[in-house]
Design a protein around this ligand. Sequence first.
Ligand code: PLP
Ligand code: ZN
Length: 409
Amino acid sequence: MICGKMYAPDEVAYICPDHGNDGILDVVYDYNAISAEFHKSDLATNRDESIWRYKPLLPVSAEAIVPPLSVGWTPMYAAPRMAAAHGLKHVWVKDDGRNPTASFKDRASAMAVVKAQELGADIITTASTGNAAAALSGICASVEQPNVIFVPESAPQAKIAQLLVFGSTVMLVKGTYDDAFELCLEVADKYGWYNRNTAYNPYMTEGKKTVSYEICEQLDWQAPDAIFVSVGDGCIIGGVHKGLKDLLALGLIDKMPRIYGVQSAGSDYMWQAWTNGEDVLTKAPIAADTVADSISAGLPRDRIKALAAVNETNGAYIRVADDAILKAVPAMARLSGVFGEPAGATAYAGLIQAVETGLVSADDRIVVINTGNGLKDVKGAMTAVDLVGTKAYGVRPNLADFDEVFTTI
Ligand SMILES: *Cc1c(COP(=O)(O)O)cnc(C)c1O
Ligand SMILES: [Zn+2]
């Protein structure tokens, strides 16, 4: 929080007018009013298996029309072999790769589309490393909402393919994600388009916070001790924190889990700021470069909330090398059955390091969020299996040849 000013929902569009692009707003609720009308028991009988089961806790009206694609209520798998591999007792993998466009970003994009349609927006726009774009693109397609997307031309093919398949207008920016973000802001401003950009549009956090509602509901309202999540712009980690704060304020959980933000050593702005006690309002952008394209961010747009998420919960920032991220892709898949893209497996790489450095203890109940499906980045996956020495065997189509190859394995 910079200045603490409050605005009514119709008073401002996205950001604090006094603080420009750093002045990201936070949606504030009247918890007493919500408490009076909303109870755990209502959820127990609610058959809506999507983020909209939490409508009373979201910035939409009860009558709001929501897109048809089913977003959220993703599975949370107990992962006993993953736990045992690290001397832990309780680990769950929350698989957000199971969203309609295969990443966590669907939670935010679904919210963006509802808010844009409330305003009757002609065009929605966003810049993205790839997944936020794919999410906006898919959800817009489901309701015939025109949209224009800015992605760096280096985004993985699968993500660009999604945009084109869904029929978005796609701008491949000759530059980094940070360049795409700045261009998109300028264009949105000039043409008056609805702006979904992460950390700029305050409602994105509100979509993302639903993951914490689900984690706690899926654990029967026994909040976990620790949650691991990868961090690029910091909007997801801020959303995780916001969701937990809501639940605590409403008395739905009785403790705040520790939140661990995991970054690649090649894109470690938040880790640097947290480790060195730097002021994120004045800290300069860094040059970001990592195999985990979804968390490559030289200037994390939601850095204030991202820092608070860790500081206010007694968590930590963790930095892992790209090699460790790549190795975590097959490791997570083999220990839990969940195939994540590199930025998804980054959370697990962070847990491995947290065990080694003593940040978690054996009895902790730990949730690892996989933020994106492994098929988003096949090239990354192939590099990963190569790194751990897993390969396929060529065989001619006859039994004798098979026998010969098989004996060498
Ligand atoms: C966007 C994204 C992240 C990081 O989220 P931020 O809000 O940018 O911190 C992590 N993993 C995946 C797969 C993503 O798409
Ligand atoms: Zn302000």
